[in-house]
Design a protein around this ligand. Structure first.
Ligand code: ZN
Length: 448
C-alpha cells in the first residue's frame, strides 16, 4: 500500500529534478497561480433562490454567544434559499430582516443549491476589527460589502448581524463578533466572544499585548486572510488540497519568481552574482518566516508548524545549494556549468606513509584490583575495582610511497568563453615496502 503511494511521488520528483530550472519554476508558479485562481473563484460566491416553506419549523438566527434566537417558519412563508450547509439550509426571509439556518425539510429538501462549507471563515485581525468600529462612517451597508453575513435578526428598534468574521488576536485566540445597527442601518454597538483559546501556544510564541496588536501578525492576518481563511464555497471537492498547496507554496513564490527570472537571463542580466545570491537567501528566509506564521494563523499548533517548516526549509536550501551553487556564469549570466577544457599537473610531491596491522594477539595474563569492605574488622565483601588485560602482539609494519599531484583544471563557459580555474589535489599509491614484524606488549584497562 505504502509502495503504491510513494512510487508515483518519487517518480514525479525524479522527473521534476531532471527538468531545467526554468521548467521547474514554471511548474511551481503555474500550480500556485492555478490554485490561487480556483480559490479566489471560491470566495464571494453568492446565490439567490426563492422557495416557499413546505413545513413548519424553526429558523435559527443570531447564533453564537447569548444571541441565540429562533423564529418560527410556517408553511406558505416565502424564503430566499442561499445555500446548503450540511444538513441545514442557509436562508433568509425575502425582506432580508431575518437570516439563519433552517432544517432542509422545512424548505421541502430543494435541489440545486450551492454547497456552503460548514467550516468557512473569514479571518481578520483584532486590529482590523477595532479599525472597522472606529470608523465614523461604518454602517450595515459597509459591513455587507465587506464580508458575507451568517445571520440577521431584526426587532422594532435594532438589527443584529453576525458576519462570517473570525477575529484573531495576537495570541492566536479566536473570537466571533456581532454588530448591532439602528433600523436605518447606522451602527450602534458590537460584541465579541471567544471560540477558542490557545494560551499554551501563545505563552511560548507571543511577547505582544493581547488585544488590538499592531504587530506583524496582524499585518499578516489581514493581508493573507484569503490564504488562512476557509472559503465559503469550495471550488472543487478536495478543497483542503487546494488550500494546502496554496498555503504552503505562496511563501515560496518570490523565490520561484526570482529563479525563473534568473533562468530567463535577460531580465536580471544586469544583476551581479553576489546580489542574486543575497536575494535568494533573503527569499528563503522570508518563505520560512511567513510560512510558519501562516500555518499558526491557519490553526496548526506551534509544535507542528515550526519543526515542519524549518526542516523542509533546511532540506530545500541544502538541495538547492547542491544543485545550483556556482551555476551562474559571471559574464553571460547563463545558468549552465562551465565545460572542462584542460587539466594539467603543476606540481608533484612524494610522501612516505607508515602503516601497520596486528597480525597476531595472545592474551598473557590479567591483573585485577579489589576494594575490600569490612565491618568490625571482618571482611564482608570484595568488589572488583579494575581489571587490566595484557597481550603480546605481533605487528606487521610497512611504509607506503604515495604521490600527491597538484592539478590545475581549466573550465570555460560554452557561450561567452568566461574561464574558471580550479586547483585540486589527487593522491596516488606507488609502492609498499615491508619493514618487518614487531613484537609489542599492550594492555587494556577497564574500570568497574
Ligand atoms: Zn558565460
Amino acid at each position: 500500500m505504502l509502495k503504491l503511494i510513494f512510487k508515483p511521488i518519487i517518480w514525479i520528483f525524479s522527473k521534476f529534478l531532471k527538468l531545467p530550472l526554468w521548467g521547474q519554476m514554471t511548474i511551481l508558479i503555474a500550480i500556485s497561480v492555478t490554485t490561487l485562481v480556483l480559490m479566489t473563484a471560491s470566495f464571494g460566491h453568492k446565490a439567490d433562490y426563492m422557495a416557499v416553506a413546505r413545513q413548519e419549523g424553526p429558523m435559527f438566527v443570531g447564533r453564537g454567544g447569548d444571541l441565540s434566537d429562533t423564529i418560527h417558519i410556517v408553511p406558505g412563508d416565502s424564503l430566499r434559499l442561499l445555500a446548503e450547509l450540511g444538513e441545514m439550509i442557509w436562508a433568509e426571509t425575502p425582506d432580508g430582516h431575518f437570516r439563519g439556518v433552517i432544517p432542509a425539510e422545512v424548505a421541502g429538501n430543494p435541489d440545486g443549491l450551492p454547497i456552503r462549507s460548514q467550516k468557512q471563515d473569514h479571518k481578520i485581525s483584532f486590529r482590523k476589527y477595532l479599525r472597522i468600529i472606529d470608523d465614523p462612517d461604518f454602517s450595515m451597508e459597509k459591513l455587507y460589502a465587506m464580508t458575507s453575513i451568517n445571520s440577521v435578526r431584526t426587532t422594532a428598534d435594532s438589527i443584529v448581524v453576525v458576519p462570517n468574521y473570525l477575529l484573531l488576536d495576537d495570541m492566536w485566540n479566536m473570537f466571533r463578533v456581532s454588530f448591532t445597527f439602528n433600523p436605518d442601518g447606522s451602527y450602534i454597538a458590537s460584541q465579541y466572544w471567544p471560540t477558542s483559546f490557545r494560551r499554551f501556544v501563545s505563552a511560548i510564541t507571543s511577547y505582544e499585548p493581547m488585544m488590538g496588536g499592531s504587530g506583524w501578525r496582524a499585518w499578516l492576518t489581514d493581508h493573507f486572510s484569503w490564504l488562512i481563511s476557509r472559503p465559503e464555497f469550495p471550488a472543487v471537492s478536495s478543497n483542503w488540497l487546494l488550500s494546502g498547496i496554496l498555503l504552503n507554496m505562496v511563501p515560496f513564490l518570490p523565490l520561484c519568481i526570482l529563479l525563473l527570472l534568473l533562468a530567463w537571463r535577460r531580465p536580471l542580466y544586469w544583476m551581479p552574482n553576489w546580489v542574486a545570491n543575497l536575494l535568494i537567501v533573503g527569499c528563503l528566509f522570508f518563505a520560512a518566516y511567513v510560512w510558519a506564521k501562516l500555518m499558526l494563523l491557519r490553526g496548526f499548533s506551534f509544535l507542528l508548524a515550526y519543526p515542519v517548516v524549518w526542516i523542509i526549509t533546511i532540506v530545500l536550501a541544502g538541495l538547492f545549494l547542491g544543485l545550483y551553487r556556482g551555476l551562474r556564469c559571471p559574464r553571460c549570466k547563463r545558468l549552465e556549468h562551465h565545460e572542462l577544457i584542460s587539466s594539467e599537473v603543476i606540481g608533484k610531491k612524494y610522501k612516505d606513509r607508515k602503516g601497520e596491522a596486528v597480525k597476531n594477539r595472545t592474551h598473557t595474563h590479567t591483573t585485577t584490583g579489589y576494594t575490600v569492605h569490612t565491618r568490625n574488622g571482618v571482611e564482608e565483601r570484595r568488589e572488583k575495582d579494575w581489571e587490566e588485560k595484557h597481550y603480546n602482539e605481533e605487528v606487521e609494519t610497512w611504509v607506503d610511497q604515495v604521490r600527491i599531484d597538484k592539478i590545475k583544471e581549466l573550465y570555460r563557459c560554452r557561450h561567452c568563453g568566461h574561464e574558471r580555474v580550479k586547483i585540486r589535489r589527487e593522491e596516488s599509491w606507488l609502492s609498499r615496502e615491508d619493514t618487518g614484524v614487531e613484537n609489542r606488549r599492550t594492555s587494556k584497562f577497564k574500570r568497574f
